[in-house]
Design a protein around this ligand. Structure first.
Ligand SMILES: *[C@@H]1O[C@H](CO)[C@@H](O)[C@H](O)[C@H]1NC(C)=O
Ligand SMILES: *[C@@H]1O[C@H](CO)[C@@H](O)[C@H](O)[C@H]1NC(C)=O
Length: 410
């Protein structure tokens, strides 16, 4: 009797030990798995790269653990998807401290994409500019590496150009400000940080809560220093924005970003999508050629966006259109640098400001309409609200280069 109880106690004890052992092994395996992913995802490379550069960078980027981000995004729930595209999905998440973030998760992992992720982390960790989307951290211990960005609530520039929003119409003043901000950020990237963006387009320009522009998606950008000597074999970028010279030579230069920016200017001026359109005539199916042709034929005012025509001044519109034309010159060498572009746009904006100042005094007898518009242009905070982040519409259905909406996704 006594020994029997002892026996069953022993069995229970054994069972507990066995259960405990299984747990330990499971935990170990899990840890090994995470370590394997960390290694596979280039975590070590990243650590090296970050520490080989400026020491200060290492602290700026936070390494999140996978459980934290799963919790933040409700296990990557479909409801949390902000955008999706060729490269992966972006989820809206909330961290433990209540901070709203955007988490980018790649779809498929192969060597190339992992390199892009690491590349993006390293590049963004080097940048601190108010018109560039901020990378908060990353997680490398999952099979698919994750990037964590600041969350921008107000969508992409593309949305506002193409699905005009009654609550926040894209006035001429706003178009001018946004393009000046983007040009300034690109000029900074080129000259200070030695970085080309390589995929400038209106879906990669996000708007923050105050409708300030921020450039997103550095997935295919590469530091000039590492890229200077060798030609890229693959042409990256988005159809409609792609520098034709780069397309032919496979050699990306700073002027290729200038070309793409020129397409964005043309988009802002005309309100038309940059992709090939069957509506246009044979020789002008892309917005760039359509725009250049119209400029040559002195037909600029026939192709302007209605809002631009309504509230832009003729001189300013012409100044920006001429600038766009120069950015779109087929020969890269003839295009202005981003620095020159930024300075010129700044000049046009200052002229508007001066005009506004004069109008303050003349408002009684002067054209009231113009006055209202200039005020609006400098009013950064607009108290309208928009629906949740909606898909900005598919700009293109072409091949594998998809227009990417939010952090490289649509
Ligand atoms: C856009 O920004 C405005 C101003 O901050 C804000 O009130 C609005 O909620 C934002 N839109 C969205 C969709 O969050
Ligand atoms: C390119 O720039 C040069 C020099 O400014 C100009 O002569 C030429 O017409 C431009 N070409 C196009 C296609 O705009």
């Amino acid at each position: 009797m006594y020994s029997c109880t002892g026996g069953s106690l022993g069995l229970i004890f054994l069972a507990i030990v066995a259960w405990w052992l299984v747990q330990v092994i499971k935990k170990r395996k899990n840890k090994k798995r995470k370590e394997k992913f960390l290694k596979q995802n280039g975590g070590l490379v990243l650590e090296q790269q970050l520490s080989s550069g400026d020491q200060a960078n290492v602290e700026k980027i936070k390494l999140f653990n996978s459980r934290e981000l799963e919790k933040a995004t409700d296990h990557f729930s479909i409801d949390r998807i902000l955008g999706q595209g060729g490269q992966g999905n972006v989820y809206k998440g909330m961290l433990m401290d209540g901070q709203i973030v955007a988490v980018k998760k790649s779809k498929i992992v192969n060597g190339g994409e992992v390199r892009q992720f690491i590349n993006e982390i390293v590049i963004l960790s080097q940048i601190n500019h108010r018109n560039v989307v901020k990378l908060l951290g990353c997680c490398l211990e999952t099979e698919i590496p994750l990037l964590v960005y600041e969350f921008l609530p107000n969508g992409t520039l593309s949305q506002y150009i193409h699905d005009q929003d009654e609550e926040f119409p894209l006035t001429w003043g706003t178009r001018l400000r946004v393009s000046t901000e983007v040009a300034g950020a690109l000029s900074y990237l080129h000259s200070t940080a030695s970085i080309y963006h390589r995929d400038i387009k209106s879906t990669n320009i996000l708007l923050d809560a105050k409708y300030r522009a921020k450039i997103a998606d550095f997935g295919i950008s590469r530091s000039i220093s590492t890229d200077q000597t060798h030609l890229t074999t693959q042409v990256h970028g988005t159809f409609g924005y792609l520098d034709p010279e780069y397309f032919q030579s496979s050699q990306f230069t700073e002027k290729s970003d200038v070309y793409s920016f020129g397409v964005v200017l043309a988009e802002l001026l005309t309100g038309q999508k940059p992709v090939i359109s069957m509506m246009r005539s044979q020789e002008s199916r892309s917005l760039a050629t359509h725009f250049l042709l119209s400029m040559e034929q002195n037909r600029l005012f026939y192709i302007l966006d209605a809002q631009v025509k309504k509230d832009g001044s003729k001189e300013e519109i012409i100044a920006v259109a001429n600038l766009a034309q120069r950015c779109l010159n087929l020969s890269g060498r003839k295009r202005p640098t981003m620095k020159e572009v930024a300075a010129e746009l700044e000049g046009v904006r200052l002229a508007v400001k001066d005009a506004d100042h004069v109008q303050q005094n003349l408002v009684e007898e002067e054209d009231v309409e113009t006055h209202e518009i200039t005020i609006e242009a400098y009013c950064d905070v607009v108290s309208t609200s928009h629906g949740p982040f909606t898909d900005g519409g598919t700009a293109s259905s072409s091949s594998d280069v998809q227009p990417l909406m939010f952090y490289n996704t649509q």
